[in-house]
Design a protein around this ligand. Sequence first.
Ligand code: NDP
Length: 332
Amino acid sequence: MRWALIGASRIASSYMIDAIRAQEDSDIVSVLSSDTDRGKAFAEANNIPRSYTNLAEQLNDASVDAVYISTTNEKHHSQALAAIAAGKHVLCEKPLAMAVTDAVEMVRAAAQRGVVFATNHHLRNAGSHLAIHDLITSGRIGRVLSARVFHAVSLPEHLQGWRINDASAGGGVIPDITVHDADTIRFHLEEDPQEVVAKSAVSGMGDGVEDSVMSVWSMPSGATVQTHESFTHRFAGSGIEFHGTDGSIFARNVMTQEPVGEIRLVDPDGETIIPFQNHNLYVRSLGLFDDAVRGTGRPSADGVDGVKSLAVALAVREAAQTGKAVRVDYGD
Ligand code: NDP
């Protein structure tokens, strides 16, 4: 598969280029940047043959099968529509768009054009989360009563650009981290949050956007979910818990890009450490994307998953801004 990168981003250079190249018969042929010099430097540093500043020209390359979009969030929608119109398969970063209606349009356009469209939600690819999912779906903790997500981190200085000061580029902790938590909860509970309440805050980093948020979600099954996302918590550590009628799952340091963490199951038999695989999350995501393109599988998170995680995040933001309970609008 021949890939074009839309966006000379850090996530591409830190994780995705290696993950693409880890797939059999995969190659990266070009990168798009809005800045000629940055594009050239990025291409050279990452051994990519061509850089473009014009998307139409980049997409005009008939040898390109798929694009990976990792520009700032406000650009995903138009760039994805252009790539789809050019007949390219699309792996798009989260959040898919700034509005649910735009994300729905992207997914529908891909379906109409017959190309694969996926969302790069990495967490559901983690060995830790796959093990948690197995515990829940095999009934090890019985009926799930509640879940808690701890995803308050310390945003490293090199990532403190548009994320903390540019609402028009999709900054803020809600589009950045709450979307991932929404996807992870949906993955584990296999149901979609119905209604949310929330409080957001600026706690030392955000400039015009929130840098912290806490929310509570109600699920169709009757389970409740409590989440905490932040950019400003240096020592909090991450985790996720599921509490059921027959047991509880305590997972620590698993809301991360790395294949690390610890999972404990507590049930009437006592406490058990649950083992899990430590493969690279992004390599697995890319492998499943390749399978989907070949027609032998489906992406780990598809376009609908991306629409839904965005819908939950935007409901959380609206709830925080209005102080009211908000029903999640999935745009269907
Ligand atoms: P970056 O800030 O690294 O890149 C975003 C854009 O900023 C690039 O497309 C680039 O524009 C521009 N840019 C990059 N470096 C510079 C610079 N030195 N000076 C000026 N502009 C620059 O973003 P991230 O990699 O952190 O995030 C990109 C997308 O990926 C976002 O949608 C984010 O939500 C998502 N993401 C997803 C993760 C996941 O695990 N799924 C993890 C991290 C991010 P241009 O392309 O025009 O050169």
